[in-house]
Ligand binder design. Structure first.
Ligand SMILES: [Zn+2]
Length: 101
């Protein structure tokens, strides 16, 4: 998994194509990610006691990591490359070569 929590990404396929948002969670075993405000499903919530009346709530559902591109602060959506130095592996933008977060 090249993507990490907190990465800025753009959705490239599906009903949310073109949306830019931030990764809330990654699921490395399934290759899926949860992106804030993307692939939102309406969920019917049962009333749970007096405080929670129930009703319909919006819930973000995970999408496949291949459906997004990382967003470089200079170039916009880009592909991830790697750079190695004595501190280890760094993710870079393939367009400008700048470090990604
Ligand atoms: Zn760039």
């Amino acid at each position: 998994m090249k993507l990490k929590t907190g990465d800025k990404v753009m959705v490239i396929t599906g009903k949310d194509a073109g949306t830019e948002s931030v990764i809330e969670r990654v699921y490395p075993s399934s290759g899926k990610i949860l992106v804030e405000g993307v692939n939102t499903a309406k969920k019917h919530q049962k009333p749970l006691g007096q405080q929670n009346q129930g009703g319909i709530i919006d819930r973000d559902m995970p999408i496949d990591a291949s459906n997004v591109m990382i967003v470089c602060s200079k170039c916009g959506p880009t592909r991830i490359g790697y750079r190695f130095d004595d501190k280890g592996k760094h993710r870079i933008c393939r367009k400008c070569g700048g470090d990604l977060r």
